[in-house]
Design a protein around this ligand. Structure first.
Ligand SMILES: O=C(O)CCC(=O)C(=O)O
Ligand SMILES: [Fe+2]
Length: 375
């Protein structure tokens, strides 16, 4: 058997002296075989923390290609990238420049640039479904984007089926809400976090503390993240300390987003996370990350599927009795009824992060998702 590679080539190891949260390692090969024990472990990870490592996902080559595409795209002149800017309407597809988003209630600016490529645009290429992309993206549509998206969708569907059964939903209930034939906000994202000091003129200490991406829950159903440098942190349930998630070669980091929390009446956990500059010696390196976000079809209403599952109904009744879901500051009224379609939910969150939408702390509050479901 090959020795397991524990470090990434060419970058300093993840430091040992920072608070780190362990995640369960789930084996995708075993999930595909419907291994009972592995399914039980996935369920534990998804309901307790909402984050886990996924190994044997079989997409290493596509992941490398996607990072290359990201580098090629970010090396384009800013003027060129800005031709594909996402805009202020709440649409996420396209390029986002560093500092275009707020990362907290004071309106502090983010330090990342990113490119979001719609799953539907990849599948319909060369005909755009939503928009067009830089030449660096187009050049890799067939040999990188398409296989990356297809593999990510397969992983997603396998996991959704596990959740579907565990939640006691009728066969195919979750998959039907993520149908390939219907338009959605699903997208592939490459993020570059500029090195410290590029944007910030404050003193060194402040630079070190500067968040790349503020505390958030993910908007959609499932996120599959590929990281090399540290920086991602989670706020684990019952803890008031942010802890790093250590990147491991060949392991994706998966997490649950708002939509699955809402469909499941809070049984599946959409956990808060954020991105800091890389820790320790890794700080000297530019940080790149890659995510595939699966989101429900645009017209799906985000609400608990209480009519379809006794388990979900009981969870909602319990949460309502505990008063957990009544929060006047947000759009979730009670019983996990958002009254919004996936498209509206997603556009609201994207739009209210844009600094051009900023009116004050209320804009930040309006950008939030299921964060308030926390007790
Ligand atoms: O870059 C990372 O590690 C996480 C990115 C993230 O949380 C996001 O894009 O939603
Ligand atoms: Fe995220």
């Amino acid at each position: 058997m090959a020795t397991r590679v524990l470090e990434f080539e060419g970058i300093p190891p993840f430091p040992t002296n920072v608070p780190t949260h362990p995640l369960l390692v789930i084996d995708y090969e075993l999930l595909k075989l419907q291994d009972k024990r592995e399914i039980g472990r996935l369920w534990e990870a998804a309901t307790k923390l909402g984050f886990w490592y996924l190994k044997n996902h079989g997409a290493d080559e596509e992941v490398n290609g996607m990072f290359d595409m990201g580098e090629e795209t970010m090396s384009l002149p800013l003027e060129e990238k800005m031709k594909f800017e996402q805009g202020d309407s709440g649409r996420s597809f396209g390029y986002k420049a560093p500092g275009a988003n707020a990362i907290d209630a004071s309106g502090t600016l983010d330090t990342i640039e990113l490119i979001n490529i719609s799953k539907d645009d990849v599948l319909s290429y060369p005909t755009p479904t939503n928009r067009t992309y830089p030449t660096t993206v187009n050049a890799r549509m067939g040999n990188t984007l398409l296989p990356f998206v297809q593999k990510s969708v397969q992983v997603n569907n396998t996991i959704l089926e596990v959740f579907n059964d565990k939640l006691g939903l009728p066969k195919g209930a979750l998959l039907a809400r993520h149908h390939d034939g219907e338009r959605s906000g699903s997208e592939a994202r490459v993020i570059r976090n500029l090195k410290r000091g590029v944007l910030v003129k404050a003193d060194e200490e402040k630079r070190n503390a500067r968040l790349a991406m503020g505390s958030h829950t993910d908007f959609g159903s499932l996120s599959i993240l590929h990281n090399r440098l540290g920086g991602l942190q989670v706020l684990a349930p019952g803890s008031d300390e942010w802890q790093y998630v250590k990147p491991i070669p060949g392991h994706a980091i998966c997490n649950i987003g708002d939509a699955l929390t809402l469909f499941s009446g809070g049984i599946l956990r959409s956990n808060l996370h954020r991105v800091m500059p890389p820790p320790g010696d890794q700080a000297a390196y530019e940080r790149w990350s890659l995510v595939f976000f699966t989101r429900p079809s645009n017209q799906v209403i985000l609400r608990a599927l209480v009519e379809d599952s006794d388990l979900i109904k009981r969870a909602v009744d319990q949460a309502t009795a505990d008063g957990k879901t009544n929060d006047s500051r947000t759009t979730i009224t009670s019983k996990f009824e958002t009254g919004s379609t996936a498209e509206e939910w997603f556009a609201r969150r994207v739009r209210n992060r844009r600094i051009n939408s900023w009116k004050g702390p209320e804009t930040w509050m309006a950008s939030r998702g299921t964060e308030q479901v926390e007790a």
